[in-house]
Design a protein around this ligand. Structure first.
Ligand SMILES: O=C(O)CCC(=O)C(=O)O
Ligand SMILES: [Fe+2]
Length: 238
């Protein structure tokens, strides 16, 4: 499929999933680095307040802050850069590379938007890489609501509601998901083993580097820099 056709699908659905995008050898190398970093039982990172309110249990790691490594190779992929430029324009900006690790028996991530959708042109682009198959037995599926990046702020309600129009994505080893930050999305519970994704976040030129500081959940807006709930959305129902 041409870059233009893929971009068209992205703007319609708010995401695209491309299988076999990265080589299995690079996936194995990254997989090993990540498992070495986290070990078998990493401690949680976020506060109890965040985890209980956001119904989200992930441990982040920013591997590029630790120096050059195989993580840089993804960013050199010509096709990834072409697609990114097609979606974000020639002067797009890199944000950061973040690994998000979820332990066995944890809840994954509740429905959210990565940044406030108040101005449609201001968004982050998730460029998600998977080093192993996301399998039903393990859980941790990526759920999205197609077209929801055009529907404004995510509705107030149950953080883990099952929506009629939700799509369950099971990316495989070497898959790339391009996901618009305003698209309503979540990650399913981790039933056995562990799971992680690697996210090379980027943004259009007009956005500011702190764009992903405020995450919009169905019950609140949360600021990561101040580690605090900045808006209690449960009031919106009353
Ligand atoms: O870990 C994933 O598969 C997606 C996580 C997510 O919500 C994000 O990267 O914004
Ligand atoms: Fe997200």
């Amino acid at each position: 499929m041409s870059t233009e056709t893929l971009a068209q699908r992205f703007w319609e659905d708010g995401y695209i999933l491309l299988e076999n995008f990265f080589s299995p050898w690079l996936m194995d190398a990254l997989n090993e680095l990540i498992i070495d970093h986290f070990g078998s039982d990493p401690s949680m990172f976020h506060t109890y307040e965040f985890m209980s309110k956001a119904k989200t249990e992930v441990i982040p790691w920013f591997p590029q802050e630790e120096g050059p490594s195989a993580f840089d190779e993804i960013e050199a992929e010509e096709r990834l850069n072409q697609l990114t430029e097609q979606l974000l324009g020639a002067r797009w900006q890199k944000l950061y590379c973040m690994v998000m690790f979820s332990k066995q028996g944890t809840v994954g991530q509740a429905w959210h938007q990565d940044c406030p959708p108040d101005r449609p042109a201001f968004f982050n682009l998730n460029r998600l890489v998977y080093t192993t198959d996301i399998r039903e037995k393990i859980g941790g599926e990526v759920m999205v609501i197609p077209g929801s990046h055009k529907r404004g702020e995510i509705s107030v309600g149950d953080p883990n509601e099952v929506f009629q129009d939700q799509k369950v994505l099971r990316p495989r080893k070497g898959s790339l998901i391009l996901l618009h930050g305003h698209t309503w999305h979540r990650v399913g519970a981790i039933k056995s083993g562990f799971r992680f994704s690697i996210n090379y976040r980027s943004m259009p030129e007009c956005a500011s580097p702190d764009i992903t500081d405020t995450c919009v959940y169905r019950n609140m807006r949360y600021s990561f820099s101040s580690n605090s709930m900045i808006l209690d959305r449960t009031q919106e129902l009353q």
